[in-house]
Design a protein around this ligand. Structure first.
Ligand code: SF4
Ligand code: SF4
Length: 309
């Protein structure tokens, strides 16, 4: 049945960063964009993937022996230790089955709404004590709109506050399916210029801006999230354009819309290694304090509530 099962890659408990209160985060697999700074590369593909974690690998060679495609190389002198030829690997999982050290692992599993709800409801008292709830993240939650709508509906029916973190690059039909069951949207704006947006994320920004307006006009709680990436979208001119768009959106809204600034970090870099993917921003530093102060000053001078995360 549509919406009964979904592909997730993680459920994270006790989060304080993804909506109000204490929250459980359900990470969906699959995303229509390919942001070059993505901190969750394991979220991008819609299918279950095999990856290798060098930190627990003991180089026993069991995976090498088990692989029917012969696409594993043991590399004792390489910091990756085991190298998978992902062009040949078909994610069969034979290597995962034989690895005793959790070094070969799947990213992604199919779950039912009931399975996720069983996990989520273990922390009901935290949600109710702290005005927390459940946040669906990704990947892009609305890439699996039937499953996510069904899960959010279940949470709502049990009195649990719901939020989604979205890149917004989804069809209006997908948004329509999910929108009635969301209490709070954490909605990305990554670049105000559509050509630049496409260059850095793989998609234009017009559908995103249109979907934001749909959410705002529906009277939903919404916070804009801005990943501030050095050299991509952190120029003074761009930050002013973003502030002006925030003023425009607030003019359409029934409730004030604030912005969370998410400064670049490279915490996801090792996951690129695990999956044998190139990492575009290797070695890049986090934005300096002056840049964080600058964006704060620009937003507040436009009357926008701003939090730098
Ligand atoms: S990934 Fe697992 S099975 Fe393969 S060499 Fe490392 S510890 Fe052994
Ligand atoms: S998942 Fe890939 S690397 Fe692992 S055994 Fe199958 S084909 Fe080989």
């Amino acid at each position: 049945m549509a919406g009964e099962t979904g592909m997730i890659y993680n459920i994270q408990k006790y989060s304080l960063d993804d909506g109000p209160g204490i929250r459980t985060i359900v990470f969906m697999k699959g995303c229509p964009l390919r942001c070059k700074w993505c901190a969750n590369p394991e979220s991008q593909e819609t299918f279950r993937q095999v990856g290798h974690r060098a930190s627990t690998c003991v180089l026993c060679g069991k995976c090498y022996m088990a692989c029917p495609k012969k696409c594993i190389t043991l590399a004792p002198d390489d910091e990756r230790k085991v190298i998978i030829d992902h062009d040949v690997c078909d994610n069969c999982g034979a290597c995962v089955e034989v690895c005793l050290h959790d070094a070969m692992r799947f990213y992604g599993r199919v779950v039912t709404v009931d399975e996720v709800w069983k996990e989520v409801k273990k922390d009901l008292h935290y949600y109710f004590d702290t005005h927390g709830g459940v946040t669906i993240s990704g990947g892009e939650p609305m890439y699996q709109p039937d499953f996510v709508a069904a899960l959010l509906k279940k949470c709502r029916s049990e009195g649990v506050h719901t939020a989604i973190e979205t890149c917004g690059f989804v069809s209006p039909e997908s948004l329509d399916k999910v929108l009635p069951f969301v209490d709070l949207f954490l909605f990305d704006i990554k670049h105000m210029d559509s050509d630049e947006h496409k260059k850095w994320t793989g998609g234009p920004n017009e559908p995103i801006q249109q979907n934001i307006e749909t959410v705002v006009k529906a009277g939903k709680d919404i916070t804009i999230r801005f990943p501030m990436i050095p050299g991509v979208n952190d120029s003074h001119e761009h930050l002013v354009k973003l502030a002006e768009r925030m003023v425009e959106l607030n003019g359409m809204a029934k409730k004030p819309i604030g912005i969370d600034i998410m400064p670049f970090h490279n915490f996801g870099e090792n996951k690129y290694q695990n999956l044998g993917m190139p990492y575009f921003f290797a070695g890049m530093d986090r934005p300096p304090q002056e840049k964080k102060d600058e964006v704060m000053e620009i937003m507040t001078s436009h009357g926008i509530t701003c939090v730098v995360r």
